[in-house]
Design a protein. Structure first.
Length: 389
């Protein structure tokens, strides 16, 4: 079977959640089900990233020129196309594929409607101001209010068109169906299929080695305050350190992002010396060593890093800020769920785990066991069944 992924970026397992899942599915489709995986993408990525291996890739210029993509589909006898959040492409691609026997599956990795609030002024400013982009940038700045209004107006239509023209819509949780329908003004739910995110790694932490875990608290995230709220986690850590100034626990933060400078400055100003920023690294060695994992996002569609933490026996402490969280964490069993925005309770929950080895180990054992529901083999098998139906 020949499967084409259409993605915004070229794929690397170290780039982001969508790319990590794409990498996992591609590897599993190829090794377990002997499929050939192809990639069409719009934006290149930094050369420092390891790229996922595909049978063949095509770098597309924009969403309006379909001829190169259609030729690629025909040349490689593509049988299924997985559109990764490509709302603007679904309708036009479906029409362009008339007469071609190909199944179009739309996979949405975000909370429905979140795109409406993600249109920010900073996005229209180039990373480098050069002579040739000064005038276009000035024009975009002047037109920004209209651009923002237009995009916010269009997104519900994109959702509606996507549901109408895709053969299937894959969401990460049953609790996301109603928000998707409400945002897109959709009255039918027959096209929805729920497939959870697969674990990024194939191995699980050995239970007999849990006692070798180190006194490390871990965050793995893009370092952007909206929606990740990393500052909330740092402030909770600050409260713990104020109460226990001689603690031998440390907080490790893995990831990069536009607000990294903000977090580093806060830590410097508050003299929080037991926090380390590791940059964009493979998180697996950090999961292996850590004992407690922090999730403070104000909105997620799933929470891939929580399940990754669980498979390595890192007990998650998460804020009750999004619907699908309860499908991953059972409170006081395989992790802890804290009332959203309650900083004192969040710091207290972390501190309780730090001080109680037996409780922490109990939750870790349960976390490892529960995470096996999301093994890459199980999740990829659900995808293959969907493609073949």
């Amino acid at each position: 079977m020949n499967i084409l992924f259409v993605n915004t970026f070229d794929v690397s397992p170290h780039l982001g959640g969508t790319e990590r899942i794409t990498d996992t599915l591609c590897r599993e489709f190829s090794t377990t089900f002997h499929c050939k995986c192809f990639l069409a993408y719009y934006n290149d990525i930094d050369s420092k990233y390891i790229r996922t291996s595909f049978t063949e890739k095509i770098h597309l210029k924009n969403h309006r020129q379909h001829a190169p993509l259609i030729n690629f589909i025909k040349k490689n006898a593509i049988e299924a196309i997985i559109l990764q959040g490509q709302f603007r492409l679904t309708k036009s691609l479906k029409k362009a594929c008339e007469g071609i026997n190909v199944k179009i599956i739309f996979a949405h990795h975000l909370f429905p409607g979140v795109e409406k609030s993600s249109i920010r002024f900073s996005y229209i400013i180039p990373h480098k101001i050069q002579i040739n982009n000064i005038i276009p940038t000035v024009i975009k700045i002047g037109l920004f209010p209209f651009i923002k209004w237009h995009q916010q107006y269009k997104f519900p239509h994109y959702y509606n068109d996507t549901y109408k023209y895709a053969d299937r819509i894959v969401l990460l949780s049953h609790k996301l169906i109603r928000p998707f329908m409400d945002f897109g003004k959709i009255n039918d739910d027959r096209k929805f299929t729920i497939i959870h995110n697969a674990l990024s790694f194939n191995d699980f932490f050995p239970i007999e080695e849990l006692k070798r875990k180190q006194k490390k608290v871990l965050i793995v995230s893009r370092l952007v305050e909206n929606p990740k709220r990393i500052l909330f986690a740092i402030k909770a850590w600050e409260q713990i350190c104020q109460k226990n100034p001689s603690t031998d626990w440390t907080l490790t933060i893995v990831g990069t992002g536009s607000d990294e400078y903000l977090y580093k400055k806060y830590c410097t100003d508050k003299q929080l010396n037991n926090i380390s920023f590791e940059g964009n690294k493979n998180p697996k060695p950090y999961y292996w060593d850590a004992s407690i994992f922090l999730m403070t996002s104000q909105l997620e569609s799933w929470g891939l890093t929580i399940t990754e933490a669980q498979q390595f026996g890192v007990v998650p402490v998460a804020l009750n800020s999004y619907p699908s969280l309860s499908e991953i964490i059972t409170d006081s069993e395989n992790g802890i769920i804290v009332e959203d925005n309650n900083l004192k309770a969040y710091a207290s929950a972390i501190e309780e785990l730090m001080n109680d080895d037996a409780l922490r180990q109990k939750y870790a054992i349960n976390a490892i066991s529960s995470s096996k529901r999301f093994s890459s083999e199980s999740i990829s098998e659900q995808w293959i069944r969907l493609i073949q139906e």
